[in-house]
Structures are given as structure tokens and as C-alpha cells.
Design a protein around this ligand. Sequence first.
Ligand code: DLZ
Length: 203
Amino acid sequence: MTTLKGPGKPKTYDGSALRIGIVHARWNATIIDALLAGTKKALAAAGVKEENIVIQSVPGSYELPYAVKQMYSASQVQSSSTGVVGAAADLLGSATDLAALSSSNPSSNDAKAPFDAIIAIGVLIKGETMHFEYIADAVSHGLMRVQLDANVPVIFGLLTLLSDEQGLQRAGIGGPSGNEGHNHGEDWGSAAVELGVKRRGWV
Ligand code: DLZ
């Protein structure tokens, strides 16, 4: 059956040169685990190497914006510290100096680029109080703010659900059979690759 919803016909992007961060909340773990699996599946299908995927977790969705911000900053620091070693060695101008300098700095053997995109995954299920509304609003605004302030794509993997079954369906594990619905994690993985690739050149 065709549907009007969703991101449309998938286009493939080559993620083999990308470095992707994932941070997920641990609340509602069954749904989170399935979404995480779907995300990793899509990243692998796009060619993102396993060693270029870093996964972190936080207790709940409320912690996601801070965690995304810290993960991205840390990846920038890691990247620039390896760059400093390279620049210093250039100044010294000899392969021997480069080797000596590299061995004196543990991070230099561990050269890694900053993340090209970060995927934030959380599952909020509405309860009896206003808690859901406050967290959903704060996290949505927080994630948008981080991506614009830090200038890195942040993929919005926050499900805001009115029932458990809505979550199971959106993780592809719904219904009596346990495999009904569509795993939105796959869309988030694809979105991260597309944005990561496009970020390197929009024009
Ligand atoms: C406290 C709470 C509640 C009630 N529900 C959820 C939820 O459905 N999904 C989720 O990701 N986190 C929930 N949390 C935890 C908060 O996000 C947060 O971790 C705590 O308030 C601590 O800051």
C-alpha cells in the first residue's frame, strides 16, 4: 500500500566517509532498543563504518540536548588536538620529529574528525500529568538550538507518544505479531547520512 506520509522514495547517499554520533535515552528501553537497531541498520546500509559510529546513552530524554552538545564539542576538541600535533610537526619539518611528537601525545595515534551528524533518540510516553508536555517542548527546542548554535545536523529521533502501542508501531515491533509498523530509526539513520553528506557542500 502506498502512503502519503514519510520521507518519500529513498535516495542513497554514500556515508563511508562520515562519522556519526548517536545518543539515546534509556527510558522505555524496549522501544529504544528497536529504534537504535533500526538506526544502526540504516547507517550500515549507507556504508557508515562501525568504527565511525559512537553511541552514548543518558537516563531520559530531558538529558538529550546537553548530551548532544557535549558529544559534539568533545569530538571537535579531539579533532583539533590531533591537528595541533600535525601543525607542530609541520613547523619542525622532519619525519623524525613527527614520529617523536606523535608518540608523546596519546591522541595523535587516534586521529578522528568531528561528527558529521548526531542522532538524538528518546521515547516520551504521555502520563497523567503535564510532565510529557514540558519535556517534549524543552527537548525539541533544545535539540534545535544545539544544531543551529553548534552548526552540526542533529537528527530529531524523539517519539512523543500517547500510548505504548504507538511506540511499538513506530519501532516496527507493534501488533500481536510483534513486527507491525515502521521502524523510524531507519529514517533517522538515513537522514543523518544525507545531512552529513550535504553539510560538506550545499552548492
Ligand atoms: C521522569 C521521566 C518520565 C516520567 N517519563 C519519561 C519518558 O517517558 N521518557 C523519557 O525519555 N524520560 C522520562 N523521564 C525522565 C526524564 O527525561 C529525565 O531523565 C529526568 O527527569 C531527570 O532529568
